[in-house]
Design a protein around this ligand. Structure first.
Ligand code: AMP
Length: 218
């Protein structure tokens, strides 16, 4: 199974991706997670990407494409791409990669939500420094302020979840990434998902779309 997850920041890609990969036993590649982990470890990749990420801009295509190709060529079972591709250039490089490997995508899930919903989710989001679990100060607060319920780790706000960067990320999504919806629609791979509902409802829709695509009904 090979799936691409598209959607603006705050659409819930990370949360939905975690459920999908555990249900289907496939690998999860989140380019954003890779950059953040690399930054925490002081790895040159993370340091190079950090400035663009904090401003809410995209990391250069050649860096991201190199990273994804390297990871995917080591992954022989199915995978889910979360946050890649984000530009037409990246989508084209993924096509070329798949063609070379003799593989194809099963479907592209595009999660859609209104800007007010996205901004509300992002500005109050907090992440655990240790296990990466995500909280929301209003909708899913931790039991003890500033502390992860699961591992006790300290919660932090991503530098790109501040208002300036949120605005920029939404702009960048609209300009660079949204055109990929049409790109994959033309290929007959697109499944649009309403991301406004509860996590469970959105996941039920995602599952139905994946089941339909893998039965060959896309
Ligand atoms: P995410 O965790 O998916 O929200 O990604 C966080 C940030 O990492 C993005 O706002 C970009 O700065 C960078 N990033 C992640 N994936 C990509 C990508 N495919 N292309 C360019 N930049 C990316």
């Amino acid at each position: 199974m090979r799936i691409v997850l598209l959607g603006p920041p705050g659409a819930g890609k990370g949360t939905q991706a975690a459920q999908l990969v555990s249900q289907y036993g496939i690998s999860h590649l989140s380019t954003g997670d890779v950059f953040r982990a690399a930054y925490r470890e002081g790895d040159p990749l993370g340091l190079e990407a950090h400035e663009a990420i904090s401003r809410g801009e995209l990391v250069a295509d050649e860096i991201v494409i190199g990273l994804v190709k390297q990871r995917l060529s080591r992954t022989h079972e199915g995978w889910l791409l979360d946050g890649f591709p984000r530009t037409r250039e990246q989508a084209k490089s993924l096509d070329t990669f798949l063609q070379k490997e003799g593989e194809k995508l099963d479907c592209v899930l595009s999660i859609v939500a209104r800007s007010e919903t996205l901004i509300g989710r992002l500005q109050d989001r907090r992440i655990c420094t240790d296990c990466g679990r995500s909280y929301h100060l209003k909708f899913k607060p931790p039991t003890l302020p500033g502390q992860c319920d699961i591992c006790g780790g300290e919660l932090y706000q991503r530098s790109d979840d501040r208002p300036e960067a949120i605005r920029k990320r939404l702009e960048v999504y609209e300009k660079e990434t949204e055109p990929l919806v049409e790109y994959y629609k033309t290929k007959g791979l697109l499944k649009e998902i309403d991301g406004e509902g509860s996590m469970d409802r959105v996941y039920a829709d995602i599952r139905a779309a994946v089941e339909e695509a893998t039965r060959g009904g896309s």
